[in-house]
Ligand binder design. Sequence first.
Ligand SMILES: NC(=O)c1ccc[n+]([C@@H]2O[C@H](COP(=O)([O-])OP(=O)(O)OC[C@H]3O[C@@H](n4cnc5c(N)ncnc54)[C@H](O)[C@@H]3O)[C@@H](O)[C@H]2O)c1
Length: 251
Amino acid sequence: MSDAGRKVAIVTGAARGIGRAIALALAEKGFALALVDMLEDPLRRTAEEVASRGMESWAIVADVSDYAAAHRHAAAIAARWGRIDVLVNNAAVLQPKRILEITEAEWDLGVAVNLKGTFNWCQAVAPAMLEGGAGRIINISSVSANSGPSEHAASRFAYSATKAGVLGLTRGLARELAPKISVNAVCPGPILTERTAASFAPHMERLPRQIPLGRVGTPEDIAVVVAFLATAEPLFMTGEIIDIDGGANIN
Ligand SMILES: NC(=O)c1ccc[n+]([C@@H]2O[C@H](COP(=O)([O-])OP(=O)(O)OC[C@H]3O[C@@H](n4cnc5c(N)ncnc54)[C@H](O)[C@@H]3O)[C@@H](O)[C@H]2O)c1
């Protein structure tokens, strides 16, 4: 089936975990997908899963913290498919160290990937979205941006700081890019993925009891809300921050 004229979405960090689930949910919704990650083999497996859902994808091995690469790849995606409709900024690195242990290089890496990487791709896709007259950017933050990391979290304060930066970026860009482009963010609570399994393991008996909906989240719990933000018509929302945490942070 030709994908000409199909809507196009970019998902960063699409090789595994939540990014992979988002990519597959958007494929189910009929998007052609540009999949961005540094992990080549798992990224190709996500591309194969997209293909098995009948959709075209392009696996792009790239580091989101690389400004020039983001601009180069976004231009190539727009040239290949003639449009960019949705950007999901999902790629991120953990930072488990505390204030007395973290090095300058570790702090810089978190900011470079989690915050600057989000800026890089927002700026890179904005021209194509504005030219097309519409676009949706969905940034993946974390509940720990607002609360600081909980005891079971895989990351500590430096990660929370970058994710809080993503919320400020979301609110600021929502004003700046309106009315053509909506910019929203989702904040996952505890979601069981390859990277969180070890830190959640000692808490798996107690953790569900702290969550009103009674369980730890899955990548699909995030993907369904991202797919909604990517496809709902009409969408009268921008600059909005949505917690997806089973009610763990009701306020
Ligand atoms: N899992 C959770 O409990 C949880 C909670 C809150 C927020 N989040 C957020 O959800 C998102 C996905 O989390 P996950 O648990 O699936 O993590 P994950 O580590 O399984 O997936 C992140 C992906 O990003 C990729 N990535 C990392 N650095 C990159 C870079 N510089 N350039 C390109 N790709 C890069 C990784 O290779 C990986 O495929 C992240 O933004 C994370 O901060 C997760």
